[in-house]
Design a protein around this ligand. Structure first.
Ligand code: ZN
Length: 337
């Protein structure tokens, strides 16, 4: 496997495909992609706030002239770290899956900004939000800019002579999750279907859809995988994600059938294989979503309730010295140094 390194900034993937990478890939620190051909360009996702999005656009524009005129913006899914920067792109076409666009409309940046501003009023959920985002992102005064074109399952678009296939593999991470796949170049931009070297987080599920998405990328024979978060990778990371989700499903089911509570199930499971992956607190959300799935409950859980649960589990791991250190060696470091 080729090692791409893991530094902040622009990566040239070859064949006029690029990525903008933000270590260390934890909460909110995510990647974007740029595909160009014949003076046309397509951007895959924006970043969590306007300064970071502007820095990313400037970084692309310094070396790629067509990035000055981005014709198409694709939002892979409805987490703010993938679309709060949309207003700076001025793309004539903004595309997402229909479900993603519907979810985005219900999640304006002002809601998140208020949570961060008033975190003390939100109990332990507020503490978790503040710990993850405060001092790292400026979420104030961001406009909600929504897609103007939606698709259901699949849409083929062209960037110059390049073909880009958009595949909605959700609901999985969220209600609608798009993979941007270039069959000729064998590059896939995965959104948050892949977190490389970090625990994925299942907000919507079913998990089986997520496993199918991994199988789809494996069957395509993707050679370069640009994850939503973490270093550029290849199909090994896709296989690792699939294995994690299968392991999680099997072991959660056993404990569900044994009538354990969710907390008991989390404590009883062994995650030693994933000790070096960031954000292990996501395990509690993943187990919760699987319990909901086994009970036949549809849709995403309450995110504040989940945030409080994640804080408790994170603190438990920290006090047992089991919380992973980020790739630069600084605990909870945002990699911006
Ligand atoms: Zn993300």
């Amino acid at each position: 496997m080729k090692s791409w390194g893991f530094n902040k900034g622009l990566y040239d993937l070859g064949a006029d495909c690029y990525a903008w990478i933000q270590p260390d890939g934890t909460w909110g620190f995510r990647n974007s992609g740029l595909i160009t051909d014949s003076n046309e360009s397509l951007l895959v996702d924006t970043l969590y706030d306007l300064p970071k999005t502007q820095e990313m656009l400037d970084g692309y524009r310094k070396v790629i002239p067509s990035a000055n005129n981005i014709g198409t913006l694709v939002n892979t899914h409805s987490n703010g770290d993938h679309y709060f920067g949309n207003q700076l792109v001025h793309a004539p076409r903004i595309i997402s899956s229909r479900t993603c666009a519907e979810e985005m409309a219900k999640r304006p940046p002002s809601n998140r900004a208020k949570q961060l501003r008033d975190w003390r009023e939100l109990g332990d959920a507020g503490v978790f939000i503040n710990e993850n985002l405060s001092g790292k992102f400026d979420l104030e005064n961001i406009d909600l800019v929504l897609p103007n074109e939606v698709f259901e399952k699949m849409l083929t678009i062209h960037v110059g002579r390049k073909t880009v296939e958009l595949h909605n593999v959700g609901p999985a991470h969220t209600g609608g999750d798009t993979l941007a796949w270039l069959p000729k170049e064998k590059v896939v931009y995965t959104g948050d279907i892949i977190f490389s070297n970090a625990h994925p987080i299942v907000w919507d599920g079913p998990v089986s859809n997520w496993i199918k998405a991994c199988d789809q990328m494996i069957s395509w024979g993707a050679e370069i995988v640009v994850p939503g978060h973490g270093p550029i990778c290849d199909l090994d990371a896709v296989r690792a994600t699939k294995h994690y989700l299968e392991y999680l499903t099997l072991n959660t089911r056993k404990r569900f059938d044994a009538q354990m509570t969710e907390d008991e199930a989390v404590s009883d499971m062994c995650f030693d294989e994933y000790r070096h992956w960031l954000d292990p607190e996501r395990v509690v959300v993943n187990v919760h979503c699987l319990y909901r799935e086994f009970k036949g409950i549809k849709g995403a859980p309450d995110s504040l309730e989940m945030s409080a649960k994640m804080l408790h589990y994170r603190n438990k791991l920290k006090s047992a010295n089991l919380y992973p250190i980020s790739s630069c060696g600084h605990e909870n470091c945002n990699g911006q140094h």
